[in-house]
Design a protein around this ligand. Sequence first.
Ligand code: SF4
Length: 345
Amino acid sequence: AHAAQDSFRRKERVEQGLKQAREQVAAVEAMSEEETSRRISKARSRAQRERQQRLEQALEEFEKLAEEGGGKDKENRRVSTTDPQARVMKQADGGFAPSYNVQINTDAANAVVVAVGVVQAGNDFEQLEPGIDRVEQNFGKTPDQAVTDGGFVSRDNIVAMKERGIEFIGPCGDDAGKGKSSYEGRGVSAQYHSSQFVYDAESDSYRCPQGKTLSYEGKEQRHTQVSYRYRAQRSDCQGCPVKSQCCPGNRVTGRSVHRSEEIAEVAEFRHKMQSEQAREIYRHRAQVAETPNLWIKAKFGLRQFSVRGWSKVGMEALWACLTYNIRVWIRLRWRQPAAVATVPA
Ligand code: SF4
């Protein structure tokens, strides 16, 4: 985005700035022509009005952030005063910068851009279906196959693609890896990760490395996943000699483990992604999907938008993709010369 890194402010600072901007607009407008020339006065007035509009927009963005965040993390919400619709997002180099999330859908046959969208969300999980909708809007039908990187692979998206009759190809998430980092964060030793607890289907219970039983406690159901919770007796864990390695944070309860049941769609997706055929398709993803990105950044030099605001950024992204498509079209025409017309004698 074209917003400055240091332009992000808390709501109180934006309200304070807006009050000052309104006073300055009123003061400039109240100036007589003797005090300043008409031209300078107009330029100042316009600059102040634009600043006022940006600050008003910044306050509207706080309302949007509050709706999106559901009241969470209120104290840390900040909005840019130079481009209020930009959001701070993680960059490829690991840093953070004011940005827009540009979603580009590319045709696998010729690497032509078939749909473009600009969103304010930093994550890609929620962008797969809107991207498919844009393709459908442009072509009157959905693609047969969607190939994405891991940022788009979620249980919801696997189910949604299945429901829409689209073959979904993407890397399987490493659930074991995520669980491992969570255990490390809580100080649980590798010998006491849940994979070391043995499930007994007959008694529907787990046995821990110290031989104690974890009984079924309850079920948690999220949209597409069911998770069953098992817990050890408080007395067993509180007196256990290895408690500090197994559940150091549990002061009043026994250790718990979860058993998840994958829904059929996710199990089928995982199974499919083990096949060489699916892996071969995925291997081509980077070349197809990254080609427009690389062209637009490296050849057109578009590393930062030259305009501000979501709709203007959307237009600039669209123009960049159109230019890229023209380059592809020229290349394809050059490679496939038009058939020579034969004139009957
Ligand atoms: S802390 Fe509890 S669950 Fe962990 S090994 Fe000891 S008895 Fe078993």
